[in-house]
Design a protein around this ligand. Structure first.
Ligand code: ADP
Ligand code: MG
Length: 628
């Protein structure tokens, strides 16, 4: 019989399949099952107007069979079937509009692109990834002609008429021989088939059945016998399609722990169903703890994407913004086609609409948890708060409106986390700014002279102990029109106008003294001055400019920082402390001693701020020399 040639486009796809460039070869089964399910849908719809064409609803099924001896897998359905003409048209020419970008030839694609394309629908020809010969026997519902289509790949196909009793289609794959690194025989294992159905086709609406062998104890005997049993491999109705009021918390928890390999049940389950311009259902989970690799590069965010119950992508990154990358779950939409390429998906309007709606929903649920279930929110925040703060900081603050109300910080108010809005609600009328201090630990920060001064003044201070904190606040700049202020930068507000004036004058009078002290310290500080906000403490460091001491540490730790970043430090002396008069006096009487004092004061101030010393032994010698 003369072989017919595939159309050009089809031949290209076929070539890719025959040469099996995808690592996801196993998806052939998903493709054939989804075609079978589509075919049943079609017959079901035909029967709505032409009842004689249909079956009883419960009789529709998809069947799988494996034959180890002959190395075949058969996928059959009692769907609409195909006439000989349709076989020719549908399998000889496959119009894969946009499914693969053929401007690029196969050799130009790199492996990761290939793999990604391979996760999407690649259609009927995917059968050739695992088979060296494919036979399709089909009979259309309402026709009495059946035909068989056969092909061994790129060199063409044949079609001839044959006998088939019932309408429907039977696809028989003859598996390739195993080769190095390619274990096609694995697909002949019914466990493997079961696993693949569970993984990709669990929620296909029709039963996927297979005769499987079980061993069973013989009646009245100790012996075992092998029996064949019809088994339905798929669960058909997905948990996210069930009426929310009928699904118990335990069922969600079980679904979650099994699907995402978590040993703990989720902290929160979120369901969303949208109808209208975009139809989709989403089932999302907030884990109760961070996965071990969450804050590392190996963690991949993403939701599973289903198209009418068939999984088309395992980790769709575009569905979830980075700041909510901890959310797990899935989206099922009938508005997405199975045969969509990665490029199309990125451009996909539907997907963008869905991801925006999900972001809003997640933010709303977190906000609700914060207001109504503080304990769980704090648990959530301990696990993922850092990510929210990174979210505020990233993309130049683009997401700050979504995130700022979800942030929490330690504070001087009480030994608990506080939100920014709670902080603001406690601000006395005289307070204009939101104060914060940054350092290694809350205990250390509590003792910082500047913190003491602000707190003694009756104002609250936020304690920032994570690297990202200060960067996030800098991007926010203000909250409810109250600017953020580092206590070591400005606490002007604490003094009265008279006090400020007196301070200014005193600083002016001592310009020469301060120049001497600054020269003693060299580049370490940009300035020395008096302040009146240090409580009982003699000296402290403050800083000027955009880089704080805390940020200096973080920035210099970052890989790829070529030049060392330096915070501009100011050595501040307490005008209300005896040290003020002491240095003035020494400036006139003993400048050698003043130089030593200056070094010690500076070293002290560094220690108080949690910074290390470059010259610890010099300092300790100086201190001891004052003692003896
Ligand atoms: P798609 O499913 O996206 O249309 P495929 O390559 O998977 O693309 O299938 C090509 C066409 O072959 C289908 O559109 C359908 O018309 C036909 N077809 C494939 N499998 C079956 C089947 N089991 N029953 C009826 N028609 C089928
Ligand atoms: Mg298909």
């Amino acid at each position: 019989m003369a072989k017919k040639q595939f159309k050009t486009e089809s031949k290209k796809i076929l070539d890719m399949m025959v040469n099996s460039i995808y690592t996801h070869k196993e998806i052939f089964l998903r493709e054939l099952i989804s075609n079978a399910s589509d075919a049943i849908d079609k017959r079901y719809f035909q029967a709505l107007t032409e009842p004689s064409l249909g079956l009883d609803k419960e009789d529709y099924e998809i069947r799988l069979a494996v034959d180890k001896e002959n190395r075949t897998i058969t996928v059959s359905d009692n769907g609409c079937g195909m006439t000989p003409d349709e076989l020719e048209k549908n399998l000889g020419t496959i119009a894969r509009s946009g499914s693969l970008d053929f401007k690029k030839t196969q050799s130009e694609l790199d492996q990761s692109e290939i793999d990604i394309i391979g996760q999407f629908g690649v259609g009927f020809y995917s059968a050739f990834m695992v088979s060296d010969h494919v036979t399709v026997i089909s009979k259309a519902a309402g026709s009495n002609e059946a035909a068989v289509w056969e092909s061994s790949g790129a060199d063409g196909y044949t079609i001839r008429t044959c006998e088939k009793e019932e309408p429907g289609t039977e696809v028989v794959l003859h598996l390739k021989e195993d080769a190095e690194g390619e274990d096609y025989s694995a697909f002949l294992d019914s466990w493997k088939i079961r696993e693949l159905v569970k993984k990709y086709s669990d929620y296909v609406r029709y039963p996927i059945r297979m005769l499987t062998e079980h061993s069973r104890k013989k009646e009245d005997s100790e012996e075992y016998e092998t029996v064949q049993e019809d088994e339905t491999l798929n669960s058909m109705i997905p948990i996210w399609k069930r009426d929310p009021s009928e699904v118990t918390e335990d069922e969600y928890a079980q679904f979650y722990t099994e699907k995402y390999y978590d040993y703990e049940k989720p902290l929160k389950v979120i369901r969303q169903k949208a109808e209208g311009t975009t139809d989709y259902t989403a089932l999302l989970f907030i884990p109760s703890h961070a996965p071990y690799d969450y804050y590392s590069r190996t963690y991949e965010k993403g939701l599973q994407l289903y198209s009418s119950g068939v999984m088309i992508m395992d980790k769709c990154k575009d569905l979830i913004p980075d700041h909510f990358s901890f959310v797990r779950g899935l989206v099922d939409s009938s508005d997405l086609s199975l045969n969509v390429s990665r490029e199309m998906l990125q451009e996909d309007r539907t997907l963008k609409i869905i991801s925006r709606a999900l972001e809003k929903k997640i933010a709303g649920e977190l906000d609700k948890m914060l207001k109504e279930d503080r304990e769980h929110y704090e648990q959530f925040y301990k696990a993922f708060g850092t990510q929210l703060k990174y979210g505020v900081y990233s993309d130049f603050g683009m997401h700050k409106d979504v995130l700022q109300d979800l942030l929490m910080f330690s504070s001087s108010f009480e030994n608990k986390l506080t939100t920014l809005s709670e902080y603001v609600s406690r601000m006395p009328e005289s307070q204009k700014k939101i104060y914060y201090a940054s350092g290694e630990t809350v205990d250390q920060l509590r003792m910082l002279p500047q913190v003491e001064a602000v707190v003694n003044h009756g104002y609250e201070v936020l304690f920032l102990t994570e690297d990202v904190d200060e960067f996030a606040l800098q991007i926010l700049r203000s909250y409810q029109d109250k600017e953020f202020a580092n206590v070591s930068e400005n606490s002007d507000e604490l003094s009265s106008d008279d006090e400020k004036k007196a301070l200014e004058e005193e600083n002016k009078n001592c310009e020469e003294l301060f120049r001497f002290m600054k020269d003693t310290l060299g580049d370490a500080v940009t300035q020395v001055r008096f302040t009146n906000n240090l409580g009982n403490h003699a000296a402290a460091l403050s800083n000027e400019g955009p880089v704080s001491m805390g940020m200096e540490k973080v920035l210099n730790r970052m890989p790829g920082m070529e030049e060392e970043v330096k915070a501009k430090l100011v050595l501040e002396l307490n005008l209300n402390h005896p040290i003020a008069n002491k240095v003035k006096e020494l400036f006139g009487s003993d400048q050698v001693r003043l130089a030593d004092y200056t070094k010690i004061l500076y070293a002290n101030a560094r220690l108080v701020s949690g910074l290390s010393l470059d010259n610890p032994s010099e300092i300790s010698d100086l201190v001891v020399s004052l003692m003896v």
